[in-house]
Design a protein around this ligand. Structure first.
Ligand SMILES: [Zn+2]
Length: 418
């Protein structure tokens, strides 16, 4: 059995052309007119395959091949929404790999042992409301109707209203959550969005775990004063304090934490932010991620200790607040093993690795066995128009998806004959 890469690219090009920002990357937010066009195009393809299609109250699409088999399905898919001016492959490629897998199974008349279901998650990127992976969160019961009413976009419109106005039965979401025994396994194919595979010259990444994350907001307050009249030894300067916490972060994590630990300060603000005034207040965010809690704890401990030391040294008041966190999501050893065996059989140059980025697949680990396939991203670029993956790598990733699904859902003698 072999996937048809030309057919996949024809659909990719059609959907990539549906963008709010022609010539400036893909802008296809969930619940927008571009989203509607992309959905209509994909639903037509699903209908051509005679799939049993269900759309839940949040717009997550589930389309089953082999609906007559009364067993939990193998779920495959990803998302079709994008960030503003995003790339061609993020999410969409995983959906088209899944669709192509089902097409080949049907073409080959493969004898299924269980259904294979295409899934398209809504609102993965958080482009509308600043909340990522909403579709899989709703599907796994993380949000109530009241939550959707309180989550608002930049214009103050509620998520509930926007989903409802899109024509979806949002009032039913609480009755539609997925049960633990409902799905046999899930596999998501995604671009890596990092440069590890390209750097190591690998074609395939088999994901072992999705990193967990803690985000801290650090506030330092000093004594604002005249930049010219305040001698250096009479200052209580929060920006000097912030610098002495942030500057050693990289080397401290590199030498003291785990090889998988990453910590980033990506946002900083200063008041009053004037060139001739010693600041009153500085706020910055520390994003710490790892696939082992030990690594995240290391960053937390560094921060607590260093902030208190620096506050004392510079006579500052300090405050550390945990503003966000997500759990570490280990993926299924069983599915990993299936992917590895198929990668070996196909002769693909693969690497077992972790995902520093979050994915819908991570949420799905709460309800089923999950595996993820990564393919290389050129220069690790993603969420920008330059996002690119080589055709050979895309083909290899899709082929691995097909083989793994066949191994999990097709009668064995049939696979051997093909
Ligand atoms: Zn994505």
């Amino acid at each position: 059995m072999k996937i048809n890469i030309e057919r996949l690219f024809k659909d990719l090009d059609r959907i990539v052309a549906i963008t709010k920002t022609p010539g400036k990357g893909c802008t296809r937010f969930s619940f927008s007119s571009e989203d509607r066009q992309a959905r209509e195009y994909l639903l037509t393809l699903m209908n051509e395959l005679d799939l049993c299609i269900k759309v839940d109250g949040f717009g997550n699409i589930r389309a089953t091949y082999g609906k007559n088999i009364n067993l939990p399905p193998i779920l495959i898919g990803s998302h079709i929404d994008t960030v503003a001016n995003g790339g061609k492959y993020d999410g969409l490629l995983g959906v088209l790999a899944a669709l192509e897998t089902i097409r080949v199974l049907k073409e080959e008349n493969a004898e299924l042992t269980r259904p294979v279901e295409l899934i398209i998650f809504s609102e993965e990127e958080g482009s509308n409301f600043g909340v990522t992976m909403m579709g899989s969160k709703v599907m796994t019961g993380k949000y109530s109707l009241a939550d959707l009413k309180s989550i608002k976009n930049n214009e103050g419109k509620s998520c509930y209203d926007i989903v409802k106005n899109f024509g979806l039965g949002v009032d039913h979401i609480e009755q539609e959550t997925i049960r633990k025994d409902e799905i046999e396994a899930m596999i998501e194919l995604h671009i890596e969005q990092g440069a590890v595979l390209e750097t190591e010259n690998k074609t395939i990444g088999i994901v072992q775990a999705i990193a967990g994350m803690k985000t801290f907001k650090v506030t330092l307050e000093g004594d604002s004063n005249h930049a010219g009249t305040t001698p250096m030894d009479l200052r209580s300067d929060p920006i000097v304090g912030a610098a002495s916490i942030i500057a050693p972060l990289q080397s401290t994590v590199k030498s003291g934490a785990l090889p998988t630990t990453v910590a980033t300060v990506g946002k900083i603000s200063c008041e009053p932010n004037l060139p001739n005034v010693i600041p009153q207040k500085v706020e910055f965010f520390v994003d710490a991620r790892d696939v082992e809690m030990k690594g995240i704890d290391f960053v937390t401990d560094y921060l607590v200790e260093k902030v208190s030391e620096v506050a004392k040294e510079h006579s500052l008041t300090s405050h550390i607040e945990l503003v966000g966190q997500s759990q570490i999501k280990p993926l299924s050893p069983h599915i990993m093993n299936v992917l590895e065996q198929e990668a070996i059989a196909a002769g693909f140059n693969y690497k077992k690795m972790n995902s520093g980025a979050v994915h819908d697949a991570g949420l799905m680990t709460d309800v089923t066995d999950v595996g993820m396939i990564f393919i290389p991203s050129l220069k690790g670029k993603s969420h920008c128009p330059d996002e690119f993956s080589k055709v050979e790598d895309i083909e290899a990733g899709c082929q691995l998806m097909l083989k793994a699904v066949a191994s999990l859902a097709v009668k064995k003698h049939v696979i051997q004959e093909k």
